[in-house]
Design a protein around this ligand. Structure first.
Ligand code: HSE
Length: 403
């Protein structure tokens, strides 16, 4: 029998217990022996909960119980979660987590600790919720040189952008409605400013290069400046707007990564990823393109990914499941050197100036609109584009990269 402890009985933690209980036969069958939850660690008591008798408050009970071989860290944060994860790995207990913040911050160190103690640190649920993406990168695409990863990695912002597109509504209105329905957090900053997607692309970029990509160094722009007017031009030019997190391998251990809204051609598979769904597009030098799609958040999809990792650990007890992610820093290219094409929305009465600055670009005018027009530029370096926009000053209303 394989015994598991769950750290944190919140949304994902209760999901993990539910998945193991409801799919007990399948999970145990996949392990090859019975798998059960022995402890649930939380500060609170849950007297009316069917698993309330498993709730304990002292981590040492878990650490000192040799019957527990796998720990699910689903508490979140980088304080107690970090300490408990280290302590569990030092005891030779494998740890499975959904905690992207901790993985982005201390991933390689925890992987090394797992290796030293013949156990594993798995984090499938930390990126893309229930979508298998970490294991495909770590186990399936191992014959590939991964050249690019581009993802829609945040469900909240994808939901907001999808609604803005369908309803012609502005950002603030859709955000408020999403908050009222509980789809967006009361403090939505991490999602709408792109920080959540940034942590996730940092993890994927690290797996792509095998080195550590520091999330704090990734150029990150959120969706708060995207307007209903921008969607009008996106539609007129056969595009939609998505928050993309993307990373290109441009040299040995060097990446070009960013999170920003992009106008995406309607025919691109990522343009078809709507509502709260996530997708990750991966290009390998032998395979070419592949895409992974599904629910990037939510109790049961995320818990299912954690339990999938538990099964993998249970199949490999006493062994380390290797992961190519070292503590050595990857080199991040300067955002100013990134080459992109842009959509720029400009005040209608400044067309002559715009023609001088963006003369070789495609100008888009929509009948019955007298306040603005748009320009779709050729690819150019960000610093070159910024200089052009500076020449136009307050004539520029908005700008979004083209994908
Ligand atoms: N807030 C995240 C999202 C949850 O909206 O995708 C999953 O990390």
């Amino acid at each position: 029998m394989v015994q598991v402890a769950v750290l944190g009985y919140g949304t994902v933690g209760s999901g993990v217990v539910e998945v193991i209980d409801k799919n007990k036969e399948i999970v145990s069958g996949n392990v090859g022996q019975e798998l059960d939850v022995k402890y649930i660690l939380d500060l609170r008591d849950f007297p009316d909960d069917p698993y309330g008798d498993k709730v304990i408050h002292d981590i040492d009970t878990i650490l000192n119980d040799n019957e527990v071989s796998i720990v699910c860290e689903v508490m979140g944060g980088v304080g107690a979660a970090y300490q408990f994860t280290k302590a569990a790995l030092q005891k030779g207990k494998s740890v499975c987590t959904s905690n992207k913040e901790l993985v982005a911050k201390h991933g390689p160190e925890l992987l090394q600790l797992a290796k030293e103690n013949n156990c594993s640190y798995l984090f499938e649920a930390s990126v893309g919720g229930g979508i298998p993406i970490i294991r495909p990168l770590n186990d399936c695409l191992t014959a590939e040189r991964i050249e690019n990863i581009t993802g829609i990695l945040n469900g909240t912002t994808n939901y907001i952008l999808t609604k803005m597109e369908r309803e012609g509504a502005d950002f603030a209105t859709v955000l408020k409605e999403a908050q009222e329905k509980g789809y967006a957090e009361r403090n939505p900053e991490a999602d709408v400013e792109g920080h959540d997607a940034c942590r996730k692309i940092a993890i994927l970029s690290s797996l792509m290069t095998g080195k550590t990509v520091d999330s704090e160094k990734i150029y990150t722009e959120g969706i708060t400046k995207v307007t209903a007017d921008d969607f009008v031009y996106a539609k007129a030019t056969g595009r939609t707007i998505k928050l993309l997190a993307k990373s290109d391998a441009i040299g040995e251990g060097e990446v070009l990564a960013m999170v920003a809204p992009f106008m995406v051609d309607k025919d691109h598979p990522l343009a078809m990823v709507n509502d709260v769904f996530n997708a990750v597009f991966v290009r390998g030098n032998m395979l070419g393109d592949s895409m992974y799609y599904g629910r990037g958040a939510g109790k049961l999809p995320t818990a299912s990914a954690v339990v999938g990792d538990v099964v993998e650990c249970a199949r490999n007890l006493g062994k380390n499941i290797p992961c190519r992610w070292s503590t050595e820093d990857a080199i991040l290219a300067d955002a100013a050197d990134i080459e992109d094409a842009y959509y720029v929305r400009i005040k209608a009465d400044r067309k002559a100036e715009a023609q001088k600055v963006f003369g070789d670009s495609r100008f888009v005018e929509i009948a019955d609109r007298d306040k603005d027009f748009a320009v779709l530029t050729n690819p150019m370096k960000e610093k070159e584009f910024a200089a052009k926009c500076e020449l136009l000053g307050d004539a520029v209303i908005s700008r979004i990269r083209l994908y």
